[in-house]
Ligand binder design. Structure first.
Ligand code: HEC
Ligand code: HEC
Ligand code: HEC
Ligand code: HEC
Length: 192
């Protein structure tokens, strides 16, 4: 190999491996502070990155970034504003950046019957044909806030945004809920 090429390759490797090395470091640091989380659902990139609120960080990741990655300094903050501090949530194995027990799946309780909305699948599963286009649900005159909150009703937006898209897929994706009971109190084996 020509020396110039070798140097270019080395520089590329070094610069590209800096963030990669820095990253698992933060996860390790979290486990040092909260050993009870080891190998559980929170011992994961999700805890700080998913779903992303700004760039590639969720609200807890943003807290960390703002406070120089100090777990002590972010302990008393409340990333998901649910009244429980980041420290309390991490101590109890709850995701600090989401009010949902599962940051991939949002459950909406209401009089008509519970809705289970798989946020992650809608974003990334090819069958949903959304392919990461957040704007379909989070931008425009009617949009969902980027905060899961079961205390607010999203009925009007849901019946327009969700249902309209499902109807447009009636022929191509018949699994997309078309009638009330497909969404409300849906209980289909093998699916969450
Ligand atoms: C405890 C929280 C935490 C966990 C867990 C975590 N990260 Fe991060 N990550 C961060 C923060 C905070 C930043 C931003 C750091 C900064 O910009 O100062 C970051 C930055 C990054 C970056 C961008 C690096 C750069 O400098 O551009 C990537 C990529 C990344 N993380 C991937 C991952 C992956 C993959 C995992 C799981 C294996 C992971 N992270 C786990 C908190 C975390
Ligand atoms: C199919 C519709 C849909 C798409 C596409 C979508 N979202 Fe969401 N998102 C929602 C709904 C609905 C909520 C919950 C709103 C509520 O409770 O009022 C939500 C909530 C969120 C939250 C808050 C999570 C929490 O736990 O509090 C974040 C962050 C978010 N979305 C980011 C994104 C990003 C980033 C993308 C694109 C990569 C995206 N969303 C694509 C519908 C969508
Ligand atoms: C595409 C999925 C979907 C379909 C189809 C659908 N809904 Fe809904 N509906 C929702 C969502 C999401 C909410 C908001 C839940 C929340 O905010 O807790 C909602 C809320 C409601 C509410 C408000 C309940 C309350 O407690 O305030 C009523 C009533 C309702 N739907 C009736 C219906 C009826 C009747 C049909 C059929 C004609 C229907 N929905 C079809 C998704 C759907
Ligand atoms: C931009 C289009 C689009 C939007 C917006 C959308 N969906 Fe869907 N959804 C789909 C498609 C396509 C499928 C069928 C996926 C398949 O064929 O596997 C689906 C499937 C579903 C299913 C059944 C499978 C599952 O994930 O459990 C539910 C329930 C559902 N959507 C609820 C909702 C709710 C609630 C909203 C609004 C908060 C929503 N969807 C918004 C396209 C959309």
């Amino acid at each position: 190999m020509r020396p110039a090429l070798l140097i270019a390759l080395l520089v590329m490797l070094i610069t590209s491996s800096v963030p990669a090395l820095a990253v698992p470091g933060l996860q390790d640091l979290m486990i040092q502070h909260y050993p009870q989380l080891k190998s559980g659902p929170l011992d994961s990139c999700i805890t700080c990155h998913y779903p992303a609120r700004e760039g590639f960080l969720n609200e807890f990741g943003i807290n960390l970034k703002q406070y120089g990655n100090s777990f002590d300094k972010v302990a008393s903050l409340d990333a998901d504003e649910d009244g429980q501090s980041n420290h309390d949530e991490l101590s109890h194995g709850q995701f600090p950046a989401s009010r949902s027990d599962d940051p991939d799946l949002f459950i909406f309780n209401n009089k008509m019957g519970q809705i289970k909305f798989n946020h992650r699948a809608h974003i990334s599963d090819p069958g949903y044909q959304i392919n990461g286009n957040c704007a379909l649900c989070h931008e425009g005159p009617k949009f969902f806030q980027k905060k899961y909150d079961d205390d607010l009703t999203i009925k009007n937006d849901a019946h327009s945004i969700c249902w309209k898209c499902h109807k447009s897929h009636k022929e191509t994706r018949p699994q997309a809920p078309q009638v009330c009971k497909d969404c409300h109190n849906r209980d289909i084996k093998g699916r969450r």
